[in-house]
Ligand binder design. Structure first.
Ligand SMILES: Nc1nc2c(c(=O)[nH]1)N[C@H]1C(S)=C(S)[C@@H](COP(=O)(O)OP(=O)(O)OC[C@H]3O[C@@H](n4cnc5c(=O)[nH]c(N)nc54)[C@H](O)[C@@H]3O)O[C@H]1N2
Ligand SMILES: Nc1nc2c(c(=O)[nH]1)N[C@H]1C(S)=C(S)[C@@H](COP(=O)(O)OP(=O)(O)OC[C@H]3O[C@@H](n4cnc5c(=O)[nH]c(N)nc54)[C@H](O)[C@@H]3O)O[C@H]1N2
Ligand code: SF4
Ligand SMILES: [Mo]
Length: 885
């Protein structure tokens, strides 16, 4: 394939909104990025992460060659090694000792091939994916309610609704383009917005009402809503009678879960007035969309939460009609595609499970010698099986489980015990590779890979290659097919292109499908290569003979159960998996920040994205700051029964007292003590197996750090033990935030050694506990380390832009003052990532008379592109006016 400089239309590799991107090569390995005005997910908009894609393409962190046992090898050697070692493990320990752990960031074609190889040819059912941590409860809820994993509605419903309820979704930060669509609808037609979230997120701040629900109690709120719909004659009795079963039992159970308004208020932690107002708004609005995300899915009662929400839509017939319906926001770009191919351990393929007829059908279609006949282990159980030795060989593809699984330290340790750890990766090092991967397989990354993804509204879009693959990186499907061929299955894996795989996948979806399976894209099974290349975004189902997609389902019934009726499912009384105790009196909630993606392997390379929240932190209510003896801006050791982290304390009323929140993004690569995965208990939902990640009992103790500082460097640094550190990207390199309690003298030799091959200017004052080093290579500033008493160290933002600049010897010492040579001040913490506008510049604009976000935008551009920072601009305006008052 030839690569030119022409623009290519592709899809963003981050969240499940699935925005269309126009990528234009700059001829030097880079890309100019713009939103695709024609893509129906975003109509040209991008959020801060999508807009910064061009900053994440650097090759310095890429895995470029296959590596076996620490040695770089060619592909033939690597694939031979994988095949022979897998064979050895199977011969010694049986087929079920092999497992695959896949990812919603793989393309559908990659996922299809991995699933086929494992479940049809290697004969192991143990294939699960990080979607287990992400979407499994929505999948289970959809399957229980509708008979299949179908999202009934679409994004256009957000434009047409009169009321939107976001449950456990911080869409302003996690699905920003859809959130901006909601904001636009509010402006255009006054759509009401209610946000149900224990935290007052940026999303909640934009809402008409924020219901700060007690963790895990969503089922109670929606059970109460169901009883009120019934008691005030707001049901659609015809829909219930014609298209559903189980309403009576479900309503009876709802009355037990929410016996009265008072009981509902007590259990949810809301006031009776809040509950009544919510019920009234929901009941009296025909066009209502209820959106849910990880506050719903990632809980030990996640499936019940989903079915309780769905029940209210079924009971009112508010489903599959414009402006109505339950709408699960998917996390990853291809979480939905992975579910379609059967990437979850409890699915076989193409929405088929393990009924004997389904197993036989898939066996015949694949001509599979070792088809599996039952479910495999789900993620949390799968890693337990690694720990106790049942799984001997694991192939990890496109995910970083040593960070993202609950009890992540135990997972990391378990990985080290494997006979065979295969990792297909884009990056040369991450926490999972660091757990001792025997074979490292360099995979093509976004901008190089080619295939399809499915977004939250069932829309299949093409990701297209726009840059050549660097080094020896190969598509995941190619790697898998190469291994399959060496195992003797060449005929079944003779793929030469993603188009060929897609056609097979589409054909399987229609194979002996008499309408019993909603997932049917057999209308696309005969696409020619060029048609596949040109495929416009399309919503499944696309049955044979059809070339148009399907916008909505179930508006007139037609559910995917044997009798075509949806099921009301009685929920269990919600109780949190683990109780708080005197030892662990707090609830640890975990989630995302605006500008980082998961374990930061890509967003961590963008200076713009790093600046918004540069350090791992914990949000603590001011009452708890006092109760636990902490200080705002200081450090806390956060501890659970499973692990600990040391995080910067942010005192804020965003969280309720008794609850704390920490972001998931920091790893051993980007921090010394910032991994929060190890703290999470991960009790699983009984239906979906999805682990709870939002409510682990925890405690905190203050950590005194009398020394603070920073390091800057063009390349990686290995900082000495005894320092707390966290790392972000800055233009031309990295910046580390540093803290320590011990006097720095003991660290001075190790700090000097960081730049042993440079010429250094140094200021060292043991009496004041100060060391400042500026290191030069070829007369350019290569890096710096400043450490001193906390509160007395200059800000790294001043020095960072000078890394890579030339300095004559006479000017070098002046750098150690930490001031820019021209006296320019740093612009403060970044707020607007699109235009790199800092807090200080915004406050200056406000001081100069800007009184709303539009005026700020006019003055300094902040907030005028993607809109992700608008909630923060509003908060700054409110802070200033509070301070003035
Ligand atoms: N910036 C950014 N965006 C992303 C990602 C990212 O890494 N960074 N990742 C993507 C992925 S894979 C996913 S899955 C999505 C996740 O998107 P979201 O689900 O929106 O994000 P989270 O921050 O995980 O959690 C959402 C909210 O659930 C709330 N919550 C916790 N417990 C409860 C509860 O019991 N009830 C209710 N109602 N709410 C609760 C939390 O306080 C939190 O604000 O984001 C996607 N988008
Ligand atoms: N405590 C807590 N834990 C959580 C969550 C939470 O809210 N709280 N959220 C959970 C959720 S919803 C999710 S989705 C997970 C995400 O967690 P992970 O999936 O572990 O995180 P990522 O950083 O996205 O990891 C993706 C890896 O795949 C690599 N990669 C990207 N594209 C490709 C490709 O095409 N091929 C290959 N071979 N590799 C590729 C990247 O370099 C990166 O190392 O975290 C889960 N864990
Ligand atoms: S909302 Fe942002 S991260 Fe999500 S797909 Fe669109 S541009 Fe990418
Ligand atoms: Mo996710």
């Amino acid at each position: 394939m030839a690569f030119g400089t022409a623009s290519v239309r592709t899809t963003c590799p981050y969240c499940g909104v699935g925005c269309g991107v126009v990528a234009t090569p700059d001829g030097q390995g880079g890309l100019a990025i713009a939103g695709d005005p024609a893509h129906p997910a975003n109509f040209g908009r991008l959020c801060s992460k999508g807009a910064a894609l061009g900053e994440t393409l650097g090759l310095s962190t890429r895995l470029l060659h296959p590596v076996v046992d620490g040695k770089q090898v060619d592909w033939a050697t690597a694939l031979d090694a994988v095949a022979s070692r897998l064979t050895e493990v199977i011969t010694t320990h049986g087929r079920e000792s092999v497992a695959f752990y896949l990812s919603g960031q793989l393309l559908t074609e990659d996922y299809y091939v991995a699933n086929k190889l494992a479940k049809g040819f290697l004969g192991t059912p143990h294939v699960d994916t990080n979607s287990r941590l992400c979407m499994a409860s929505s999948v289970a809820g959809h399957r229980r309610s509708f008979g299949a994993d179908v999202v009934p509605g679409c994004y256009a419903d957000l434009d047409e609704a009169d009321l939107i309820v976001l449950v456990g979704s911080n869409a302003a930060w996690c699905h920003p383009v859809l959130f901006q669509r909601i904001v636009a609808a509010r402006r255009a037609r006054g759509t009401r917005l209610i946000v149900v979230d224990p935290r007052r997120t940026a999303t909640a701040e934009e809402a008409d009402r924020h219901l700060a629900i007690a963790p895990g109690q969503d089922t109670v709120l929606f059970a109460h809503l169901l009883t009120q719909l019934a008691d005030t004659d707001a049901l659609d009795r015809a829909f219930i009678e014609t298209h559903t079963t189980g309403f009576g039992e479900t309503l009876a159970r709802a009355r037990e879960i929410a016996p009265s308004l008072a009981a509902t208020a007590t259990r949810t932690g809301l006031s009776e007035a809040e509950v009544s107002e919510f019920v009234g708004a929901w009941r009296d609005t025909d066009k209502v969309v209820t959106v849910y995300s990880q506050g719903v899915n990632q809980s030990a009662q996640g499936t019940d939460k989903v079915t309780s929400i769905v029940a209210c839509h079924l009971a009112t017939g508010r489903i599959g009609k414009p402006g109505t319906g339950p709408l699960s926001f998917t996390g990853q770009p291809n979480a939905m595609g992975g579910r379609e191919v059967g990437g979850l351990a409890n699915m076989l393929a193409a929405h088929m499970g393990f009924a004997p007829a389904e197993v036989d059908r898939v066996r015949r279609f694949w001509n599979a010698p070792h088809i599996v006949t039952g479910e495999g282990l789900k993620a949390v159980d799968l890693f337990d099986a690694v720990a106790d030795g049942r799984i001997k060989a694991l192939w990890v593809m496109g995910t970083n489980p040593a960070v993202s699984l609950p009890r992540a330290d135990a997972v990391r340790t378990a990985l080290q015990t494997l006979d065979l750890l295969l990792v297909s990766e884009n990056v040369v090092s991450n926490d999972t590779l660091g757990a001792g991967a025997h074979v490292r397989l360099p995979a093509a990354a976004w901008s190089e890979k080619d295939g399809t993804v499915t977004n939250s509204e069932r829309r299949i879009s093409r990701q297209r290659a726009v840059l050549p693959r660097p080094g020896e990186a190969k598509p995941d499907w190619w790697i898998l097919s190469g291994v399959a061929a060496r195992l003797g299955y060449g005929a079944a894996f003779a793929y030469t292109s993603p188009a060929a795989i897609f056609r097979e996948h589409a054909a399987l979806s229609g194979f002996e499908n008499d309408g019993a399976r909603a997932f049917d894209i057999s209308g696309l099974a005969d696409l020619g290569d060029e048609e596949y290349d040109a495929l416009a975004p399309i919503q499944w189902p696309v049955p044979r003979g059809q070339r148009e997609g399907t916008v909505r389902l179930f508006g007139a019934g037609g559910f995917v159960t044997t009798d075509g009726r949806a099921r009301f499912v009685p929920a269990a009384m919600p109780t949190l998996a683990a109780a708080v105790s005197p030892r662990y009196p707090l609830r640890l909630n975990t989630g995302r920040i605006r500008d980082q993606w998961h374990t930061m392997t890509r967003t961590g390379l963008s200076p713009r994205l790093g600046a918004h929240r540069p350090e791992p932190f914990v949000e603590v209510h001011p009452d708890d700051v006092a109760r636990f003896g902490l200080s705002d801006g200081g450090f806390a050791k956060v501890e659970t029964a499973h692990g600990e982290a040391v995080l910067r304390v942010v005192a804020t009323e965003v969280v309720r007292s008794g609850e704390i929140f920490a972001p998931i993004h920091w790893t051993a690569e980007t921090s010394s003590h910032g991994r929060v995965g190890p703290l999470v208990a991960g009790a699983t939902d009984p239906y979906s197996g999805q682990p709870e990640a939002k409510a682990t009992p925890a405690t905190m103790t203050p950590v005194t750090m009398r020394r603070a500082g920073f390091a800057l460097s063009r390349g990686p640094l290995s900082l000495p033990d005894g320092l707390w550190w966290s790392r972000i990207a800055v233009a031309g390199g990295f910046a580390w935030s540093l803290a320590s309690d011990a006097p720095i003298e003991a660290l001075v030799p190790a700090i000097r050694a960081l730049f042993s091959d440079c010429e250094c200017a140094e200021l060292h004052d043991p009496a004041r506990d100060v060391i400042r080093i500026a290191a030069f290579a070829d007369a350019r500033l290569a890096g710096a380390v400043f450490i001193g008493p906390a509160g007395q160290v200059p800000r790294w933002e001043t020095l960072a832009p000078m890394v890579g600049e030339a300095f004559a010897p006479a000017t070098r010492l002046a750098l150690l003052s930490g001031r820019a040579p021209d006296g320019a001040a740093a612009c403060g913490p970044l707020v607007c990532a699109c235009f790199s506008v800092g807090r200080d510049a915004i406050l200056a604009a406000v001081a100069a008379g800007a009184t709303d976000t539009a005026a700020i935008g006019a003055a300094v551009m902040a907030g005028t592109n993607c809109g992700s920072c608008l909630p923060e601009l509003k908060r700054l305006l409110a802070e200033v006016s509070r301070a003035a008052a």
